[in-house]
Design a protein around this ligand. Structure first.
Ligand code: NDP
Length: 445
């Protein structure tokens, strides 16, 4: 494989999809050496078949708002690769959603799911609909309209969606209800469901907890721990909230949280009581993070900025893609940051990753450190198939085992001659080999 040529070809065939190109470029650069040790891969042009999704569904979603006006959005489902299990990946509802973003997410998901050791292929879906500012009735009507089309293309052994940005327990519940009504089947077709109808305990916590378990494993390689460390967190959604909770449980101090409008910095740290306030603000009131400073006036709110220029030991980007650039990375390193673990998908730009790796600080890509979410989704599928529910302790123990196993695999495939662990390379090579071997065994399609 000539990685440069493969990428150029994809850019020519699929222009205007920069996030997809970015994700493919990162993977190709790190797997090229390993790939070229296997001439049998190139004989069947495996790389092209791994980069291009199996299929892409695009559909119109029409729904009625509270004023009786008809609104139209675009819905998507990218079924990227099912070599090792049914398609699996979240659904994102956000105004920025487009084909290129979902293709990058589905591509990344394929490697991430492979890393978990569970039998799941890669997929992603969503819509340019934003639940922000919409009433619950509007969100419900949208979810029902979205599922009317999507229900034809998913199923418990075919494709099992979950949540992502803008899709939490409420939206998953509405979509599950719609699927059930249209198909007349009660099936484990979505994960992240409510506990009363097949949802797994620890699924809401899983991505954030898993990210911090992974961070802990990275720090352990340096004989260090989270105890006493100051931590910057971006985002204030599902991943950010539970990452903050686990940091507190392990003795760290959370200094910041954010949303797309700005960030809050609390010089005294966001303690348990303050985090409970944020849980209520975001999950119940559906408010904005800036409201925090009304409740805790010693904190500051910085409009239109990201938290990366504050001084801390650890950074956990948990909001969205490309939210941490080169300038921010340099500031983090200059301020003494020793570890960055991604809770979000591809939050760090390629230039920023280079800054971290050149400085030899601990840095893990989302496909490794945020894999806890999809792992517990996989465990939810198992519980649904068994028609059993496991205890929180059982699920949490399995989550911890999976995160430590992913960490071990990253170390195995990513350790460089000087002992520095390149977690990007480790995750990509480990994730790739399993999918590649499965594709080779199944013949050419
Ligand atoms: P939520 O919708 O619960 O929260 C997203 C948070 O990120 C919000 O605070 C939101 O602020 C902020 N955000 C969204 N878009 C932007 C933007 N363009 N610029 C700045 N901030 C933004 O989503 P999740 O917590 O579930 O997801 C966060 C990240 O984690 C995503 O990258 C997702 O793909 C990834 N992820 C999620 C998993 C899960 O299980 N939920 C699993 C693995 C990865 P605002 O309210 O202003 O939009």
């Amino acid at each position: 494989m000539d990685a440069k040529k493969v990428l150029e070809d994809l850019k020519r065939r699929f222009p205007n999809e920069p996030e997809y190109h970015q994700a493919v470029e990162e993977v190709l650069a790190t797997i090229e050496e390993e790939y070229n040790k296997h001439p049998e891969f190139d004989k069947v042009n495996l790389i092209e078949r791994l980069c291009i999704p199996d299929r892409v569904y695009t559909f119109r979603v029409t729904w009625m708002d509270d004023n009786g006006n008809y609104q139209t959005n675009t819905g998507y489902r990218i079924q990227h690769n099912n070599a090792i299990g049914p398609y699996k990946g979240g659904i994102r509802f956000h105004k920025s959603v487009n084909l290129g973003i979902l293709k990058f997410l589905a591509f990344e998901q394929t490697f991430k799911n492979s890393l978990t050791t569970l039998p799941m292929g890669g997929a992603k879906g969503g819509s340019d609909f934003s639940p922000r500012g919409k009433s619950a009735a509007e969100v419900m009507r949208f979810c029902q309209a979205f599922m009317l089309e999507l229900s034809r293309n998913i199923g418990p052994d075919c494709d099992v969606p979950a949540g992502d940005i803008g899709v939490g327990g409420r939206e998953v519940g509405y979509m599950f209800g719609a699927y059930k009504k249209y198909t007349r089947q009660f099936q484990g077709v979505l994960t992240g469901k409510g506990r009363e109808f097949g949802g797994s305990l620890i699924r809401p916590e899983a991505t954030g907890y898993g990210t911090v378990y992974f961070l802990r494993a990275m720090l352990k390689t340096k004989g260090d721990s989270i105890e006493g460390k100051k931590v910057l967190i971006s985002g204030s959604g599902n991943v950010a909230q539970y990452a903050a909770e686990k940091v507190l449980q392990l003795g760290g101090t959370v200094m910041t949280m954010s949303d797309s409008d700005g960030y809050i910095y609390d010089p005294e740290g966001i303690d348990r009581a303050k985090l409970d306030y944020i849980f209520d603000l975001k999950q119940v009131q559906r408010g904005r993070i800036k409201e925090y400073v009304n409740e805790y006036p010693n904190a500051k709110y910085v409009e239109g900025a990201k938290p990366w220029f504050e001084k801390a030991d650890i950074a956990l980007p948990c909001a969205t893609q490309n939210e941490l650039n080169e300038e921010a990375a340099k500031a983090l390193v200059a301020n003494g940051c020793i570890a960055v673990a991604e809770g979000a998908n591809m939050p760090t730009t390629p230039e920023a990753i280079k800054v971290f790796q050149d400085a030899k600080i601990l840095y893990s890509p989302g496909k490794a450190s945020n894999a806890g979410g999809v792992s517990v989704s996989g465990l939810e599928m198992t519980q649904n198939s068994e028609r059993l529910s496991w205890t929180a302790e059982e699920v949490d123990a399995k989550l911890l085992w999976i995160m430590e196993n992913i960490h071990e695999n990253c170390v195995k495939y990513g350790t460089e001659p000087d002992g520095y662990v390149n977690y990007v390379k480790g995750a990509n090579v480990a994730g790739f080999m399993k999918v590649a071997k499965a594709m080779m065994a199944q013949g050419v399609f």
